[in-house]
Design a binder for this molecule. Structure first.
Ligand SMILES: [Zn+2]
Length: 441
């Protein structure tokens, strides 16, 4: 049984070198929200399927000046930081955390405040064409449940982590877990509460084991979280070697690198996503590869706090798993389109160098196709979710985008690139998750 049939021009990534153009594709979505078939006009069944959909009033025609993309997957959002997106980006990381971020995150014990912010944030992400988000919450389980409720209510696919942070030497006393035991108990309770909240819903938020980052956790907490990840077979998220400071912190405290510390505590798995990774050594990158741990590349945030540009091309060539993240609010923009553009632009800077006597690093430039791959397939694979492609068997999480300009002589590939460079929020016309329209401009 079909729920809906879209017909229009679509694009989907094949790999990080190639996209597939789907002219006037008939996208059949079954009642469970999964793409049943994608038919080209040359397919023998096309006409019959088209007419059947029309007669059953299931057909939605996407106008010729609009295109269909898979919905984007955002691998790194700090939900509580949304009110400060765009603030204090000229401050060093320590000041940004202590003067802005921690005081703001501490406010989420107020559930009315949480409701107001999370309602707005979820709506904004959908309006930007994002259909799946991996969220950091706060230390407050109830506020994180509010984020789950808002996501379910508005139709955003989410994974949500209750942040654990108990190291008395790092986060301030007003915003940290009072003990390792408290951090572990609160995390385990939240896992059950979030599972109950989404029971039976295909968009049920998935709980995520979330040590904020190595510096904010004691050894006992890192070990306890590793055990919980194993016990419940859950995804894990954290940060890794984001900056020179974070990279050096692990060396000073443990005598090994940040990635190796996470591995030591059982936190590097094929369900782990680590943000930033700009300071990883080739050995660290190989360790992530071995564990099939994914990297959330956050190019805007890295420009402010990363002390470097991620070698995306090398990582993709080596078959590391990489997706894209906005890193609200280390990144100011909720738009993955903005991040696609920054990923390409920063890679060009890495390629060309930053001054007359700096020759840069050869073959560092990534294409817009690669950036699109990161925001769709890369993110989906990092989360082991069947989304991110317009393809039979994948869940119908899609966005429909308006092309403001007519360029009759350009190729399908050229049109694809131009649209990705020029799309703004106002051109994102429709967004679907699980085959249901969840946003309309
Ligand atoms: Zn972050």
């Amino acid at each position: 049984m079909l729920k809906k049939v879209l017909v229009g021009n679509g694009y989907t990534a094949i790999d990080h070198h190639q996209i597939k153009f789907l002219p006037q594709a008939l996208i059949e979505i079954d009642t469970s929200g999964v793409i049943d078939r994608v038919l080209a006009p040359t397919a023998p069944d096309y006409q019959a399927a088209y007419q059947a959909a029309q007669q059953a009033h299931l057909l939605e025609k996407v106008p010729a000046d609009q295109v269909i993309f898979p919905g984007f997957v955002d691998l790194h959002v700090h939900a509580p930081q949304w009110p400060q997106a765009g603030l204090a980006l000229d401050k060093p990381l320590a000041a940004w955390l202590n003067d802005y971020t921690f005081p703001l995150e501490a406010k989420y014990q107020d559930l009315d405040f949480a409701r107001q912010v999370y309602h707005e944030l979820v709506h904004e992400l959908l309006a930007q064409g994002t259909t799946t988000v991996l969220f950091f919450g706060t230390i407050h389980p109830e506020a994180n449940l509010v984020l789950g409720e808002e996501s379910l209510h508005q139709g955003l696919r989410t994974l949500i982590g209750r942040v654990a942070m108990d190291n008395p030497d790092q986060p301030p006393v007003y915003y940290r877990d009072p003990s390792s035991q408290a951090a572990i108990v609160a995390t385990e309770t939240f896992i059950h509460q979030l599972n109950d909240l989404g029971k039976g819903n295909p968009l049920a938020p998935i709980p995520v084991i979330t040590p904020r980052f190595v510096p904010s956790c004691t050894d006992e907490t890192l070990a306890g979280l590793g055990s919980l990840a194993r016990k419940y077979d859950l995804p894990v998220q954290s940060h890794v070697s984001e900056s020179n400071w974070e990279h050096q912190y692990a060396i000073d405290r443990f005598g090994i690198h940040d990635a190796a510390v996470l591995d030591h505590f059982g936190l590097l798995t094929s369900r782990t996503v680590l943000a930033h990774a700009t300071q990883l050594t080739p050995e660290d990158q190989a360790l992530l590869r071995q564990r099939q741990t994914a990297i959330a590349h956050c190019p805007i945030s890295n420009a402010y706090f990363g002390n470097g540009v991620l070698p995306v091309n090398d990582l993709l060539a080596a078959k590391n798993r990489v997706g894209l993240g906005t890193d609200i609010s280390g990144g100011y923009s909720p738009s993955l389109y903005d991040n696609l553009r920054h990923a390409v632009a920063l890679s060009q800077v890495r390629n060309d160098g930053i001054s007359r006597d700096d020759e840069g690093i050869a073959n560092a430039r990534i294409s817009m196709v690669a950036a699109f791959y990161l925001a769709t397939v890369g993110g989906a694979e990092a989360l082991n979710l069947p989304v991110g492609r317009i393809q039979a068997g994948k869940i119908a999480d899609l966005q429909v985008v308006k092309d403001r300009f007519k360029r009759p002589t350009e190729t399908a590939q050229e049109r694809f690139e131009r649209i990705l460079y020029q799309t703004h929020r106002s051109e994102i016309m429709q967004v679907y998750t699980q085959g249901d329209r969840v946003y309309q401009a």
